[in-house]
Design a protein around this ligand. Structure first.
Ligand code: SF4
Ligand code: SF4
Length: 170
């Protein structure tokens, strides 16, 4: 039986996770706006648990390979201390300012991602990495557009949205 990651990879390889898929998912999340937000958050959280219990992120790592995480000052100070660097040197070596004026990791794949998909700064990783993909915070309903976008990057988000599409109790 194919794993959830393999199902997602197959769709990606067959170019099924393209712009029109994103447009469809954007349309789908719009329909979720009409739902009771609390009920949706509880349902999404339950599906999140279900999907993540069947997905091993170490066999994927696509978020770390494709999306440079945002870093706040606390993240920078914490990671720099861990690496025994000055925060100012860390900023020069590892960060850049993106088009939204956020400070992000300077390139993708992330410089701290190993070939085995382990994060070498895992204990002190940025808040954005700890919270990704934002589907278990009981604030699912506040990030609908983001989930649609993430469904093309993250197999877990893809499957969470697919299961929500089939939910009859919302
Ligand atoms: S800091 Fe770690 S968790 Fe965050 S993107 Fe880099 S490798 Fe991934
Ligand atoms: S993209 Fe999603 S499934 Fe893949 S490692 Fe990141 S959080 Fe896990």
């Amino acid at each position: 039986m194919k794993t959830l990651i393999e199902i997602w990879q197959e769709k990606r390889e067959r170019a099924l996770l393209n712009k029109s898929f994103l447009a469809q998912n954007n349309k789908f999340v719009q329909t979720l706006r009409a739902k009771n937000a609390k009920k949706l958050d509880v349902k999404a959280n339950a599906i999140h648990e279900e999907v993540f219990s069947a997905i091993d992120c170490l066999k994927c790592g696509n978020c770390c390979k494709s999306i440079p995480p945002i870093l706040n000052e606390t993240d920078i100070n914490r990671i720099a201390r861990f690496l025994r660097m000055k925060p100012s040197d860390f900023k020069i070596q590892y960060t850049r300012i993106d088009e939204d004026s956020d400070t992000v990791m300077s390139y993708s794949p992330c410089p701290f991602l190993g070939e085995d998909n382990y994060c070498s700064v895992y204990e002190v990783r940025p808040k954005a990495c700890r919270e990704y993909p934002h589907t278990d915070s009981f604030e699912f309903s506040k990030n609908l557009k983001l989930h649609a976008a993430n469904s093309t990057y993250c197999p877990a988000v893809y499957h969470i949205l697919e299961r929500l599409k089939g939910a009859t109790d919302l």
